[in-house]
Design a protein around this ligand. Structure first.
Ligand code: ASP
Length: 338
């Protein structure tokens, strides 16, 4: 069965489904807004990420290449301190990356967690999906697998990230041996980030990627929602795709992205489904303890998008950016609290 799945996977990805058995290829009919590619960021990163991704999609119609291309943009950019190279490290000052990818037509997926020294974890996750019959590789094993496939080990800790980490460490407590040069409350904040890239090609094939350096200053070995299929990402070729960012523990314990996709399957719009997932997290928490944020983005087979967060981030409502034949757009979602 495993071999058959792999054969099937290769057939469908290489021949765009033409030769694959119909019982496994979940084809959907391309509708209104197709093709579409979106990411969980606004104007600035949206353009940076989606322009190359859209070019790949338009030229090749290969949805996996398109979402991977988009994710790689942020992973390789040292200016973004929440994803890939330049990401903020764990409490020991080591950058550990999490990422996953999922492909609708074969319902296959791949994932890596706590990956060190490799700049593009989403590309490694794709190889886990395409070149193994496993789904999830972690830590040293994931790194060896990447190196085996030609990835180069590199230092991921930029000076910018190292200095922010040092500031955090020095400001942790006034009862240890560390002396901060200046009192800086920013150093006490636990910033986070992540990006979801979701897309549907002209044949209605759905795919998605989620990639992150995770919660800043996390305990070494901590895995967030981003590489967990059903939490940080979920794709279903009959329904659409969803991704999550924010407090990963809350997304894991509500199976957040799976929840969004299942709500869309039940008839909700992507916007309603994202709001329902945020509401679920609110409902299982003591309201006074909600000092975190979670955001969901989603797209359905009609090319409708949705976006909701529990709280505002930086005083703004949540947004996503998407690219279709009509060009680049920014979509404003809804915040449930505040
Ligand atoms: N969801 C990520 C994690 O918990 C972090 C984030 O998106 O801010 O690792």
């Amino acid at each position: 069965m495993k071999n058959m799945n792999r054969r099937h996977f290769l057939t469908t990805t290489m021949a765009l489904g033409a030769a694959a058995p119909s019982f496994m290829v979940k084809k959907s009919v391309a509708k209104n807004n197709m093709p579409i590619i979106l990411c969980s960021r606004g104007e600035m990163w949206g353009r940076k990420v989606l322009q190359p991704a859209w070019e790949v999609l338009e030229k090749t119609n290969n949805i996996l290449d398109a979402v991977e291309t988009g994710a790689n943009v942020v992973e390789l950019d040292p200016d973004d301190t929440s994803v890939g190279y330049g990401g903020l490290p764990n409490e020991n000052g080591v950058v550990q990356l999490d990422a996953c990818i999922m492909y609708g037509p074969t319902h296959t997926c791949g994932s890596v967690a706590c990956l060190e020294n490799i700049k593009t974890p989403s590309s490694v996750a794709r190889l886990v999906m395409e070149r193994t019959d496993h789904i999830h590789l972690v830590g040293e094993g994931a790194k060896r697998f990447a190196i085996m496939h030609g990835f180069v080990e590199e230092n991921l800790l930029t000076d910018k990230a190292r200095l922010e980490w040092l500031k955090w460490k020095e400001n942790l407590s006034d009862k240890d041996d560390w002396l901060a040069p200046v009192e800086d409350i920013e150093g006490k904040q636990r910033s986070s980030g992540t990006i979801n890239v979701l897309g549907i090609n002209a044949h209605g094939e759905v795919a998605g990627v989620t990639t992150t350096s995770g919660l800043a200053w996390k305990i070494p070995g901590r895995v967030g929602d981003s590489p967990i299929i059903g939490a940080g990402l979920y794709v279903d070729n009959h329904v659409g795709a969803a991704g999550a960012t924010g407090r990963g523990e809350e997304v894991i314990r509500t199976c957040g992205s799976f929840f969004v996709v299942e709500r869309m399957r039940a008839g909700l719009s992507p916007q309603q489904a994202c709001e329902a997932a945020c509401q679920r997290i609110i409902d299982i928490n003591d309201p006074s303890a909600i000092d975190f944020n979670v955001k969901f983005v989603a797209v359905n087979l009609q090319g409708e998008v949705g976006c909701a967060s529990i709280r505002e981030s930086g005083g703004a409502s949540p947004e996503l950016a998407y690219w279709t034949k009509s060009g680049f757009h920014v979509y404003q979602g809804k915040t449930l609290l505040n």
